[in-house]
Each structure stands twice: as structure tokens, then as C-alpha cells.
Design a protein around this ligand. Structure first.
Ligand code: NAD
Length: 511
């Protein structure tokens, strides 16, 4: 922790609790979880799991090999027939039990996640509970997962049914690892799929807690498996494995491309939730106070390491000066600190490599001619802390306006009118979310329909409703999560067509 940061002593109690929970990871190298058992790594290669807070080694994890993935995929394939046969009502009961156990251990999960990722406790305690809600939501949908549509025709009855696709691979990133893992794994299990999970190598701890909790809740051996390790090795082997029928991936757009290539040989079904560089558009008739709160929250919460963050601020020129001054005031006051301090709003970035990437944009902004109105520096000392940063006077073609920085860094620009705002917002390769602030309902609707993004919020920050579709367009993703959309990915749809025996069957070769 850098000495220059004001430390309130409030984190000490949490640090003590976190240390107790982390104790179990300190000894042996953290291995894998395969077929209901903890399994040590077999490759002999280990990876250091580094603390974002001070750069020290938290623990070591096994670097999973293709052999480990093979064992996990085989376990998942063996467990699949029984798990898919289990009545949905029984799967519902077990998955609710997972949710109960997450709630019981929510504090532990949140504390461990804060230390592992650098994310502030104020957000991670909510994320752990969100994880349990994901399980409850999909648990309740398990009994209806196999249901389909009835599509009667004149002389035939058509109806569809769904069945789980098989063992699936789930590959997750490091930004909010626990919540994201539940978001992918809960619907897979509810659908009747078995899972091999490859968590991010920079944040492996809570994935193991989730695997253990899931097994403890009564999910049979082999239904949930976890292999730690590198994306290029364990992740690659998972996406290439013939027993794995689909790959659900959350991470960078370029990794999505690699996974598509890797999975092509086995015709893997893929679901991608990728990067974003999302616009928030503030018109001069908006509720300025609410817009200000949302703009600041959506880029500086979760360290800005958030796919849905509103990292491009477009402000109408009539209110630009006043609004930017107000944003700047807020950004200057954001509390950077220890992730376990309940007062902390921004913690350290996940890893030295990511810290260096975010830092590099401070130079890029200067080189491109933007103004660094607030921040723009790293914080000296141990750990990967950067100042919450606001770039102004930016142009939409600049790299700081086009590339995903994935840190507490906001790029602000101006626009004249609705047409220009829309053109600027859409002039980018990404298309995950868009945020519009206006009191003019018609304009809000026009913007919402015109924006090229999978999710639009009008007069709101990101507000998640579990039945609603979640996902991106363009380089931000393929497919949708949430509600029934998740089942579309994890299940095969079969159409069954039965005749009323009234239609004429074509006959060939008849004398
Ligand atoms: P990343 O793509 O580097 O890594 C994500 C996961 O993929 C890790 O587990 C990694 O080990 C694995 N991986 C890497 N190379 C692989 C390969 N060749 N084959 C298989 N697996 C491989 O992403 P990250 O840096 O961990 O996460 C940040 C990114 O995630 C950002 O771009 C962010 O926007 C995105 N993200 C998107 C969403 C969304 O819902 N759209 C949500 C959260 C994060």
C-alpha cells in the first residue's frame, strides 16, 4: 500500500478476517477441482498469484495442462448422463442450496475477492450476494428449461423441446470473478449441462470457493470441475477438447477471436461477452444531478475494470463547461485506498501488466493532444494504484476515445446535436452498452433505437434485471445471457412435427 494514501484504520478489522480466510491458500499450491476432489497440478509448473495491494505473492496456483483439462472434460462427460436425467425440480433444490451456502459465506467470498482482485469491498460485498441471486434465479427456471414452443400448422402439429448440449467450458476474467462465474455456471447447471471452469490466472481464489460450495450443496461429482492455469495453455486445451460441446467466454475481444479459431476444429458453439468502450450521452435537458452521479459511478466503480463502464462521456456543448467542472470536482474527491477499507471507492488495479497498460494511456492522452484534467499519474509505492483520471478536449478518433482502457479513466468529448451524438457514439468497433440522459422521451427512444449496442439505459446507470438479455454487438460479443437467452446457448432445440394423418404424402415409384 503506498504511504501517500490516506489510510483509515477501518480496514484493519476486515484485513484480519481476510487473513484468516486466506490462510488455507497459503500452504500448498492451489490445484484443480476434478470429479468432486481437489487434485494437485501434474505439470509441476506453478504460477504466482500476486496481490494488487502490495505486489506480494498471495499464493501459488498450479498451471493446468492439457492433461488436467482432459481429466476434467472426461469427468464432466461421465457425469453428464445422470445430471441431465435428474428432474428439473431436483436440480432446482440443489441450486437453491448453492445460493444458501453463498449467502452464508458471502463475507468470506467478498473479503477474499477484494484481496485477490483489488476491487473495493463496498462493491464486492454486493457482488457476492448477486452471485447467490444468479443461482436462485436459474434454480427456479430449471424445471421449465426443457420446455419449448407449440407451433401448430394446418395438417401437422409442430412443437419444440430443449435438451442440454453436454459438458461445457466456462472461461472467466479477473474483474469481478465470483459474480461472473456464477452468471455463467448457474444457467449451465440449471439447463442440465456439466461444467469445466477455467478461471482467470490473476484471480483464482473465489472460483475454488465456488466449486467447493457447489459440491457441498449436493451437485454430484464431475458436474462441476475447475482447472487453474494460463489461458494460452489450459484455456486453449479446454476450447479444443472434443468432449466439450460449447465454450462460454467472458474476456477481451482478441481472446474471443482466438477461442473461435481454437474451437473451430471441433465446431464448438461459442458465447462471447467481450470488451466495451461505452458511450454515456448527456443532453442539456437532462436531470443534471442524476446524470452526474451515474456518469461518475459507471466509470469509477469497480476500479473502472468493468465491461459495461461508461468510459466515453459525450456532453452537449451548451452544458459542457459546467458539467465537466462538476465531474472533475467529483473525480478529485474519489477515495483511493485499501480495497478492504469500507470507505474506499477505487482500489488498486489487478496486476502490474494491467497497471502498465492503463498507465500508458496517460502518455497517449498527452501525445494525442487531450487535456488531462484530473489525475493522470500512478501512485508511488507498492501495489498497482492509479489516480482516477479525466481526459477532456478529446476527439472521437483518438485512441483514448476508441480503445478499452479498463481502468478508472474517463474520456470526455462534446457534441452539438442529437445527430452528432449518435454518429460519435456509433463510430467505434465496440457495441456493448450505451447510456442516454435526456428528459425528452422521444429523443431518449430515438437514441436508444439508433445506438449500436446490445444494452441501452435511458436515464439510468447499469441496472440489471435477470430475465433481460445481456450481451453485446460488434466486437463486444456474440450471444445473449439472462433469462431464457442463457438456455438458448446451453441447450439444443429440437423440433418435433407430428401429422394429423390428413395430408397427402408424396409417393414415388407407384404403379
Ligand atoms: P482475457 O481475455 O485476457 O482473459 C479472460 C480469460 O480467458 C482468462 O481466464 C484467460 O486465462 C483466458 N484466456 C486467455 N487466452 C485464452 C485462449 N487463447 N484460450 C482460452 N482462454 C484464454 O480478459 P481479462 O483481461 O481477464 O478480462 C478483461 C476483459 O474482459 C475486458 O476486455 C472486459 O471488457 C471483458 N469483460 C467483458 C464482460 C462482458 O460481459 N461483456 C464482462 C467482464 C469482462
Amino acid at each position: 500500500m503506498p504511504d501517500s494514501l490516506p489510510t483509515t484504520e477501518k480496514y484493519l478489522e476486515n484485513a484480519e478476517k481476510a487473513a484468516k480466510h486466506l490462510e488455507r491458500f497459503k500452504g500448498d499450491v492451489l490445484g484443480h477441482f476434478i470429479n468432486g476432489k481437489h487434485v494437485p497440478g501434474t505439470s509441476g509448473k506453478v504460477l504466482d498469484n500476486i496481490s494488487p495491494i502490495d505486489g506480494s505473492v498471495i499464493n501459488q496456483i498450479a498451471s493446468g495442462s492439457a492433461d488436467n483439462i482432459d481429466a476434467a472434460a472426461k469427468a464432466a462427460a461421465n457425469a453428464f448422463p445422470e445430471w441431465r436425467k435428474m428432474p428439473g425440480s431436483e436440480r432446482r433444490r440443489i441450486l437453491h442450496k448453492v445460493a444458501d451456502l453463498i449467502v452464508e459465506r458471502a463475507e468470506e467470498i467478498a473479503l477474499v475477492e477484494c484481496v485477490d482482485t483489488g476491487q473495493a469491498l463496498r462493491f464486492m460485498s454486493k457482488a457476492a450476494i448477486r452471485g447467490s441471486e444468479n443461482y436462485r434465479f436459474f434454480a427456479d427456471k430449471a424445471p421449465e428449461a426443457t420446455g419449448g414452443l407449440s407451433m401448430p400448422a394446418q395438417q401437422h402439429m409442430n412443437y419444440s423441446v430443449r435438451s442440454p448440449i453436454g459438458p461445457v467450458g466456462v472461461i472467466t476474467p479477473w474483474n469481478t470473478p465470483f459474480m461472473l462465474s456464477t452468471w455463467k455456471i448457474a444457467p449451465a447447471l440449471a439447463a442440465g449441462c456439466t461444467v469445466v471452469h477455467k478461471p482467470a490466472e490473476w484471480s483464482p481464489l473465489t472460483a475454488m470457493l465456488l466449486a467447493e460450495i457447489t459440491a457441498e450443496a449436493g451437485v454430484p461429482d464431475g458436474v462441476i470441475n475447475l482447472v487453474n492455469g494460463l489461458g494460452e495453455e489450459a484455456g486453449k486445451a479446454l476450447t479444443e477438447h472434443p468432449d466439450i460441446k460449447a465454450a462460454a467466454f467472458v474476456g477481451e475481444s482478441s481472446t474471443g477471436s482466438a477461442i473461435m479459431r481454437q474451437g473451430s476444429e471441433t465446431l464448438k458453439r461459442v458465447h462471447f461477452e467481450l470488451g466495451g468502450k461505452n458511450p454515456v450521452i448527456v443532453f442539456d435537458d437532462s436531470d443534471m444531478d442524476r446524470a452526474l452521479d451515474a456518469v461518475v459511478f459507471m466509470i469509477y466503480s469497480l476500479n473502472g475494470e468493468r465491461c459495461t463502464s461508461s468510459s466515453r462521456l459525450l456532453v452537449q456543448e451548451t452544458i459542457h463547461e459546467e458539467f465537466i467542472e462538476r465531474v472533475a470536482e467529483r473525480v478529485k474527491n474519489i477515495r483511493v485506498g485499501h480495497p478492504l477499507d469500507p470507505d474506499t471507492e477505487v482500489g488498486p488495479l489487478i496486476h502490474k501488466r494491467h497497471f502498465d497498460k492503463v498507465k500508458s494511456y496517460f502518455d497517449v492522452a498527452g501525445e494525442e493532444g487531450a487535456e488531462i484534467k484530473v489525475g493522470g499519474s500512478t501512485i508511488d509505492g507498492d501495489g498497482f494504484f492509479v489516480e482516477p483520471t479525466l481526459f477532456t478536449q478529446a476527439g472521437n478518433k483518438m485512441r483514448i476515445a476508441q480503445e478499452e482502457i479498463f481502468g478508472p479513466v474517463l474520456t470526455a468529448m462534446t457534441f452539438k446535436d442529437e445527430a452528432e451524438a449518435l454518429a460519435m457514439a456509433n463510430d467505434i468497433g465496440y457495441g456493448l452498452t450505451g447510456y442516454v440522459w435526456t428528459k425528452d422521451t422521444g429523443r431518449g427512444l430515438r437514441m436508444a433505437h439508433g445506438l449500436e449496442a446490445g444494452m441501452i439505459w435511458v436515464n439510468s446507470e447499469n441496472n440489471r434485471h435477470l430475465p433481460a438479455p445481456f450481451g453485446g454487438m460488434k466486437a463486444s460479443g456474440i450471444g445473449r445471457d439472462g433469462g431464457d437467452y442463457s438456455f438458448d446457448f446451453y441447450m439444443e432445440t429440437k423440433n418435433i412435427c407430428v401429422a394429423f394423418d390428413t395430408h397427402k404424402v408424396p409417393s414415388l415409384g407407384k404403379q
